[in-house]
Design a protein around this ligand. Sequence first.
Ligand SMILES: Cc1ncc(COP(=O)(O)O)c(C=O)c1O
Ligand SMILES: [Zn+2]
Length: 402
Amino acid sequence: MARITHLECTKCGQRLSADTPQTVCPQDGGVLYARYDLNAIKATLSPGQLRGRACTMWRYAEVLPEAEPVSLGEGFTPMLPSREYPNIYIKDEGLNPTGSFKARGLSAAVTMAKHYGLKKLAIPSAGNAAGALAAYAAAAGIEAYIFMPKDVPMANRIESEYYGAHVTLVDGLISDCARMVGERKQIEGWFDVSTLKEPFRLEGKKTMGYEVAEQLGWRMPQGIIYPTGGGVGMIGMWKAFDEMEQLGWIGPKRPKMVAVQSAGCAPIVKAWDEGKAAAEMWANAATKAAGLRVPKAYGDYLILDILRKSRGTAVAVTDLEIMDALHQWARVEGIFAAPEGAAALAANRKLRENGFFDSQDTVVLFNTGTGLKYLDALDCAQQRSRKDLPTSRQIAGIIGPY
Ligand SMILES: Cc1ncc(COP(=O)(O)O)c(C=O)c1O
Ligand SMILES: [Zn+2]
């Protein structure tokens, strides 16, 4: 493991070797960060050398684990200038394999699982991470054991089954799924790839930070609005910014990081508003944005620290605001977003109205997945409000009940 010098606990600083599979800090359960010899990398790699490399997240190979990638072409997604708002960019993660940004983290985690010779991986998931694990495990010839709420979007269940994963549908939330994986993993011989409970999903997700910088010409935006469940993408991007500064690729300036959550499950927003360093478990979590239905994030202390250090904020938006934003993005931008991604647009509207951002600010909104994975949920929502049904003009040529 030449490039990674060690793994470091984010709570106590303890160092662990990356030569064998690791989970969390044995001392205090802290999240582990992979550390690299950035000085050595700085001496041999400059941003200019990235030109012409593969348009996947593995173009940043020097700051990723040194192992044969299990890749399906993830990353280097489009950074689209908004047609509606000047200086707003939409980072469209819906174009990833399996239709969401979860592909990045699971590509990295499965790469390392294969490298370590692990045979059985287990995951509790709100839906998209399950599909991504199932796909990458299939590509790696590894078994995947998936636990997800029984009301996940249908696409997540069906794709996982097609990829050959062992799927268990749970009458509960992702936190119940996590408990079940925790209880059984020892007896079953599963390695747990839960969010932030192994170090490499974070390494995959951090590549979004490298891409934001590269695609904006190595200039930091004023803000990044990120739909936050477990918060891995936000934590990963922040780690990437620190690495890039040490590599001399960017300066000390950082974007204001904004965590957007659904009003039906907003533990980070509540903790932020109350000035707390960690979040409490959110009771009765409910939202159409399945990926944001995370009642307690394992890395809550890291997310809240990033919001503070970046002078960012946390915003809750309702499902109605999410649905309105989803329609708007589809009609104005030509982007059919996941509800989680649409939450970023809804938050952007609020933050412009209340003056947190102004029209001069360059802000990147993350659409974390494609709406195509939510057809069942979105169709139900549409049927409930007839005014949103397509007009005959929109479906010209088809004779139907409209
Ligand atoms: C589409 C989508 N967006 C956002 C999230 C939240 O991601 P994170 O756990 O990195 O905060 C998820 C998680 O399932 C998701 O599927
Ligand atoms: Zn520790």
